[in-house]
Design a protein around this ligand. Structure first.
Ligand SMILES: C[S@@+](CC[C@H](N)C(=O)[O-])C[C@H]1O[C@@H](n2cnc3c(N)ncnc32)[C@H](O)[C@@H]1O
Length: 208
């Protein structure tokens, strides 16, 4: 019988596709980074355009806790702590291979981060993040993504911000409305190349 292999998503828990590592480089927030990537992780050939826009737009605090939600091989959290070394960076991904790569990439770039394997807030109990950033797994479905981004609010400090990048044509308008319905204030902080970055503030008085 000729059974077709089940297609593997970048958010598989334990990807089984053959894994040849590739090293890529990227200039992010003015610094050059090296990243090891593999089959079975998101955007393995280059740092995704949306991810780049998100990284450059992030309103990084000088210190405090930062969450990279769905870190992939690690560009967002690694570039964040590379820019602001006092930040306490936690990175989480459901994909085991992505988590292993992020650990290696942190070492490769000489930064210290706390990387966790598991499903979003099941492994992130902290509720004092100043900033949470996500290039969310749109392919997992709208309901999954919407629920993830609403639950993020409970993990922000009162003055905290959630930053999300999305492709304009993949439902940016409805995602923005969903954030408006659930957060005190929402702003488009950058757009370009077919992507938008939204900042959703937990409280009306949250700093810009
Ligand atoms: C669009 S990719 C972004 C990866 C990385 N942040 C980047 O920009 O290159 C979304 C990531 O979220 C992860 N993910 C999906 N569902 C998740 C969940 N429930 N908890 C944690 N990570 C999840 C996927 O495995 C994937 O690595």
């Amino acid at each position: 019988m000729n059974r077709k292999a089940k297609p593997e998503h970048y958010f598989s828990k334990e990807p089984s596709s053959p894994s040849a590592q590739t090293e890529i480089t990227a200039l992010l927030r003015g610094r050059e980074y090296r990243f090891l990537t593999e089959a079975g992780v998101f955007s393995r050939l280059r740092v995704d355009r949306g991810t780049r826009l998100l990284i450059e737009a992030l309103p990084l605090p000088k210190q405090g806790r930062f969450l990279d939600l769905g870190c992939g091989y690690g560009p967002v959290g690694i570039a964040a702590v590379g820019s602001e070394p006092q930040l306490d960076v936690i990175m989480v991904d459901v994909n085991r291979r992505a988590v292993d790569l992020t650990k290696e990439n942190a070492r490769l770039n000489g930064v210290v981060v706390d990387v966790r394997w598991g499903e979003d807030f099941q492994v992130v109990k902290e509720r004092d993040f100043s900033l949470i950033a996500a290039n969310p797994p749109i392919r997992a479905g709208k309901q999954v993504v919407y629920s993830l981004l609403v639950r993020a609010k409970q993990h922000l400090l009162p003055g905290g911000v959630l930053c999300v990048v999305i492709r304009t044509k993949q439902g940016a308008k409805s995602l923005k409305q969903h954030l408006i319905d659930n957060y005190a204030r929402v702003k488009t902080i950058d757009k370009g190349g077919g992507y938008r970055v939204f900042a959703a503030f937990k409280e009306e008085s949250s700093p810009e």
